[in-house]
Design a protein around this ligand. Structure first.
Ligand code: SF4
Length: 576
């Protein structure tokens, strides 16, 4: 038997499956004693490339590893297990990943038991797993986007057999619930609402790498969001390749407007969603966005091209006229809305006229931000088979023209913000200057302003003073101490140890036995102040005090009190 065990390999024909129906599977989170023992004291490192769906996968993988006793490190050289979570959307990203795999040879040299796992969308492409196992001898595991909940079993199999384990399933996919999670942020969170995509835009690999569009049960999403609200999260982003089509795969199921409204009602301060396909954008959705102030007025609406000819070849299912009509409706229903987009330049055989159509749409919409890309063919997609007559030089020249125009609009929109006040969710001190805080407005505009680091995770009011196109400079309008004090009060009130402490205090003051002991102690102490004490009285007092201290409620209180003190120490530490 060879050194590699191919349990399953990707197969594009199976990846196209839209017939099988997904099952909802609740992970029991049961792990062997072997792996829990193995994990003790071992460190894992995860490097994620690509979109927010991949970041969320990282949080889930970290959740699995923590449950098995592994601990996290952000320093790759320290890792006993490293996982590279890959992206397949662009060619450049793949080259970067090959380089990164190479850097982990040093870990293997230092520690022969080092485990390197490679996963994510790139693994879902035919030929990649075989190439990796042949080229890199230090890879231990390769698994796909449908195999994340199998992570621990695959690690265990590798440890026991010393073989390279490859498990990449190509399928319509299931919905796994009760997933563990170790979130990377404690005030901003992403919540998957659906997986996969059925749109099959001709240039896109996602429908093949992530499977059939499948919506999570609404109650599971609500429960996850509710738990985040209760833990003090400030912002939730609902994630899906095409959030607008949420529920279409559930017979008589709720649609995205219903889901969005249910989540908005939970009271999260900021609610976002991405990505929206223009084709599925409903009027109901617009009404819900307009109605709830906590739904951020910022919509990412990928246009991809402004040419009807190219849109048709891309399989986008709308014309530029329909797209612009939707934009008009959005802007009328939600005044002040910010619109962002994705644009591909140089789709095969794009003519100058086609490209001018894209510029025309940009001119009409005046985006607040645009993620612009030069088309790169993805193997296995229909567009990759089209013979292209546009030179790389022309594509770059068009790309530069597009960026210039987008930047003009960004500057124009941002200039209108100067002198106005906005709420900003503080991400923390900026990388360049620890005294400068960085955060985002409701419309996703980055703002930098002076303020103390302890405001990280708080929502503050900021006045915009300068425009730097893709970021703004502002001035903090609030008293930071008051903001933090209010914030801490809310957090402290919700802390389980504080709730337990208050509950115990309440029980102690109402407990009949304890009441009686306390009143007897007080009476004796009062008598002792006015009369001479006898040995009997002193012994009685000692007996009562001991009885009081050994009461289960009082013992419990002293434990909880220690937890509350530790919490206070952490808070004071944070403020320093
Ligand atoms: S809707 Fe988005 S994810 Fe789906 S195929 Fe099109 S570009 Fe890809």
């Amino acid at each position: 038997m060879g050194r590699v065990v191919y349990k399953s390999l990707p197969d594009m024909s199976k990846a196209r499956d839209r017939v099988s129906n997904p099952s909802v599977i609740f992970d029991k989170l049961e792990f062997s004693d072997f792996i829990k023992e193995y994990g003790k004291g071992k460190k894992f490192f995860i490097k994620t490339h690509g979109c927010q769906a991949n970041v969320r996968d990282e949080e889930i993988m970290a959740g699995y590893l923590l449950l098995c006793g592994f601990c996290r490190t952000f320093e790759p050289s320290e890792a006993d297990i490293a996982i590279i979570n890959t992206c397949a959307v662009r060619e450049g990203a793949e080259d970067k990943i090959y380089g990164e795999i190479g850097t982990f040879k040093a870990n293997k040299k230092k520690n022969p038991n080092f485990i390197l796992g490679v996963c994510g969308c790139m693994m879902q492409q035919e030929g990649v797993a075989e190439f990796l196992t042949k080229t890199y001898q230090h890879i231990s595991l390769i698994f796909g986007t449908h195999n994340i909940s199998r992570l621990i079993d695959l690690i265990e199999e590798h440890i026991k057999t010393k073989k390279v384990i490859v498990e990449v399933k190509s399928c319509a996919g299931d919905i796994i619930e009760n997933l563990p999670s170790c979130r990377l942020d404690n005030f901003k969170a992403s919540v998957n609402i659906s997986y996969g995509c059925n749109k099959f835009c001709t240039y896109c690999i996602v429908p093949y790498t992530r499977g059939k569009e499948r919506s999570r049960p609404i109650q599971e999403i609500i429960n996850e969001c509710k738990a985040l609200v209760e833990s003090g999260y400030k912002e939730i982003t609902l994630l899906g390749q095409n959030v607008n089509s949420y529920g279409k795969d559930i017979p008589d199921g709720p649609n995205f407007a219903v889901l969005l409204e249910e989540i908005a009602k939970l009271g999260i301060p900021r609610l976002r969603f991405m990505t929206s396909h223009p084709w599925d954008f409903s009027d109901d959705m617009l009404q819900v966005i307009a109605k709830y102030p906590n739904i951020m007025k910022c919509i990412h609406l990928p246009v991809q091209s402004g040419s009807d000819n190219i849109l048709k070849k891309m399989g986008r299912r709308y014309t530029s006229e329909e797209y612009l009509a939707l934009v008009k409706k959005i802007k009328t229903t939600i005044p002040g809305v910010a619109l962002t987009t994705d644009i591909i330049v140089g789709f095969p055989n794009e003519s100058e006229e086609d490209f001018l159509g894209t510029l025309k749409v940009c001119e009409a919409v005046k985006y607040d931000q645009a993620f612009t890309f030069i088309y790169s063919p993805r193997k296995g997609t229909p567009a990759a088979a089209i013979k292209d007559d546009v030179t790389a030089e022309t594509k770059h020249e068009r790309f530069n023209r597009l960026i210039k125009l987008v930047e003009e609009h960004v500057v124009e929109n941002s200039n209108k913000m100067i002198g106005n006040e906005y709420t900003v969710l503080v991400d923390g001190p900026s990388k360049k200057d620890s005294e400068i805080l960085s955060g985002y407005t409701e419309t996703s505009k980055m703002v930098n302003f002076k303020g103390p680091a302890y405001l990280k995770g708080c929502i503050v009011n900021v006045k915009i003073t300068e425009n730097h196109a893709f970021s703004m400079t502002g001035e903090l309008l609030d008293d930071p101490i008051i903001v933090k004090a209010k914030e801490l009060k809310t957090v402290i009130d919700k802390e389980p140890c504080v709730i337990e402490y208050l509950d115990l205090k309440n029980k102690i003051s109402n407990d009949t036995d304890l009441k009686q002991i306390r009143s007897e102690i007080l009476k004796i102490e009062k008598d002792l102040r006015t009369a001479n004490s006898t040995k009997e009285i002193k012994d009685r007092l000692k007996e009562l005090n001991e009885k009081y201290a050994s009461h289960p409620l009082i013992i419990n209180l002293s434990f909880v009190e220690e937890k509350v003190k530790d919490l206070m120490k952490t808070i004071v530490g944070e403020l320093q």
